[in-house]
Write a protein that binds this ligand. Sequence first.
Ligand code: KG4
Ligand code: ZN
Length: 355
Amino acid sequence: MRILGIETSADETSVAVVEDGQHLLSNVIASSVDLTAKYGGIVPEVAARSHLEVITPVIEEALLQANASWDEIDAIAVTRGPGLLGSLLIGSLAARSLAITKNKPLYGVNHVQAHVYANFITSASPALRASYQLSASQPKFPFLALIVSGGHTQLVLMQGHLKYQILGKTSDDAAGEAFDKVAKILGLPQPGGPAIAKAALPGNHEAIKLPIAKAGELNFSFSGLKTAVLRAVQELCGQDYTFPSSKLPDLLNSQQVADVAASFQSTAVKALVDATVKASRQYESVEAVLAGGVAANQLLRQELARSLPIPLLYPDIKLCTDNAAMIAALGYHISTSVKTGVDPYALTVDPSLVM
Ligand code: KG4
Ligand code: ZN
């Protein structure tokens, strides 16, 4: 079964074709990340306009790369939330129109849940094989999933397909959001995650002592860490807490930026690793998987793999950050569990959809 997936929840316009929730045939991602960098973050109106401009060519490119005609597509899956309203509307309207005109079943997908399903993509067409590093086998149930993105941070026990229990979540900022905000304090570009990871390379992760917030049990809290970074940087610059954060980057030298980036990264990673290790002791799980944009972080991958008593799987970097392959992969498992697709005339989006 070949599913065409459409993802437009934030600033990436992505369309992919995946066979049986596992075999990748195409995964086209048109990013407006250059616009995000230019405006210092995602501007909802700019993102929606950008989706509208590229959605049609991205769909055509995904079919071309998959070497598939519409006759060879069995269904369409689209992100229905969570995300930015204007962005979600562009993808869902495209999906609904195509489901009607091409007469295909349509499935609405939860974006956060879909991040986990990137781990189920384990093979690719000969054309794509060289550009993706895929796990040899699919995750085995029950497994723990640490979902860490720009909008979400949660620890989930996956008991079966579409069957799960939320073990913990963030009580304030998401992990990726903390990377993005700290990058801003340091004058690094957006999205902050990759910029912090790069800046941290020559840094000393013990240079600045930062606290790990006690959020209770398996929960997380990142807003205090962000504030602690701000205070530490103000102090490094010889300023008090009233000094505006926008003026700090001009006062920092490159070694200080590296040290703060490294100290922040290792503290954030430690918070994520500690809770996941704790969960692996409390809940029976045979494996753990990483998902979401922050799963691209090399230190997080290394530290989790080193500390967990169970094997760790993670997707290729291109499948960690937002992509439509994960939407198509989850769409497949939804399609096998329900009798019919949703009514394309009635599918709604939900910006605050929860997992
Ligand atoms: O999953 P994603 O693409 O979008 C959401 O669903 O939110 O995640 C984006 C987030 C951003 O906050 C970005 O800074 C972070 O993932 N990110 C990283 C890395 N690459 C992306 N964070 C840490 N290290 C990275 N290498
Ligand atoms: Zn995402």
